[in-house]
Design a protein around this ligand. Structure first.
Ligand code: URA
Ligand code: SF4
Length: 201
C-alpha cells in the first residue's frame, strides 16, 4: 500500500473530532499520488458522505465542467477538503474540527507535493491567505515556499449565482498560464539561475 493510501485508510477510521459521530463515510480525497495540482474544498456534503468520494454532487459536476474548460479531468488532479467528514446539515466546519483534521491535509500536501494548490471557498483559502476577503483575493496566485496557492470561489456558491459563476469561470482560465510559468521556471533551474522576478506571483 502506498503512503497516500495508508493515510486515506487512517482518515476513514479517524474519530479525532465530533464530525465522526454524524458521518456515513469519511472522504479522504482522490487523485494521482503525483498530481501537480491539488484542489481543496470545504467539507463533504450529502452525496460525498454517502459515497466516500469528494465533489460528486452538484458542486462536483460544476467543478468537472470548470476542469474541462482547461482540458483537465478529475483524474488529472488531486481533490480533497479541509475537513474529511460531513458537518451535520452542511453547517460550516468549526475551528476545533478544522484544527483536528489539519494534520491529514498537511500530510497529503507533503506526500503529493503539488506545484499548485487551488483553494475553493473561504475555508481552504486560510491555508495561504488570512484576514482578507475572498472577494478581494480570488484569482490572485501567491507563492509560499515551493507551492503556488490560487484562491477561487467555491463552486457551490457560484453554481446558482451568475455573478460568482462568471468570476469562477474566469479564474479557472488563468490556471494554464500559471502552470506554464511554473514549468518555464523549472526548465531554467538546472543552469545557474539568474535572480528572477516572478511576474505572476
Ligand atoms: N463541497 C465541498 O467543499 N467539498 C465536497 O467534496 C463537495 C462539496
Ligand atoms: Fe477525523 Fe477529520 Fe473526520 Fe474529524 S473531520 S473525524 S479529524 S477525519
Amino acid at each position: 500500500m502506498s503512503e497516500l493510501e495508508a493515510l486515506c485508510q487512517e482518515i476513514r477510521q479517524c474519530r479525532k473530532c465530533r464530525l465522526a459521530l454524524g458521518r456515513t463515510l469519511a472522504v479522504p480525497g482522490e487523485g494521482p499520488e503525483d498530481a501537480e495540482i491539488m484542489f481543496i474544498g470545504e467539507a463533504p456534503g450529502f452525496h460525498e458522505d454517502q459515497q466516500g468520494r469528494p465533489f460528486v454532487g452538484a458542486a462536483g459536476q460544476f467543478l468537472e465542467k470548470l476542469l474541462a474548460s482547461i482540458n483537465l479531468s478529475r483524474q488529472d488532479v488531486y481533490i480533497t477538503n479541509v475537513v474529511k467528514c460531513r458537518p451535520p446539515g452542511n453547517r460550516d466546519p468549526q475551528p476545533e474540527e478544522i484544527a483536528a483534521c489539519r494534520p491529514y491535509l498537511e500530510r497529503q500536501i507533503e506526500i503529493i507535493k503539488p506545484k499548485l494548490i487551488v483553494t475553493l471557498g473561504r475555508f481552504s483559502m486560510q491555508l495561504a491567505f488570512s484576514g482578507v476577503s475572498i472577494s478581494r483575493v480570488h484569482g490572485t496566485p501567491k507563492k509560499i515556499g515551493d507551492i503556488v496557492y490560487f484562491p477561487m470561489f467555491h463552486p457551490a456558491a457560484a453554481l446558482h449565482q451568475p455573478r460568482f459563476r462568471s468570476m469562477i469561470e474566469q479564474d479557472m482560465l488563468k490556471i494554464p498560464q500559471i502552470l506554464a510559468e511554473l514549468q518555464s521556471i523549472e526548465a531554467e533551474e538546472p543552469d545557474e539561475p539568474p535572480p528572477q522576478q516572478l511576474s505572476l506571483f
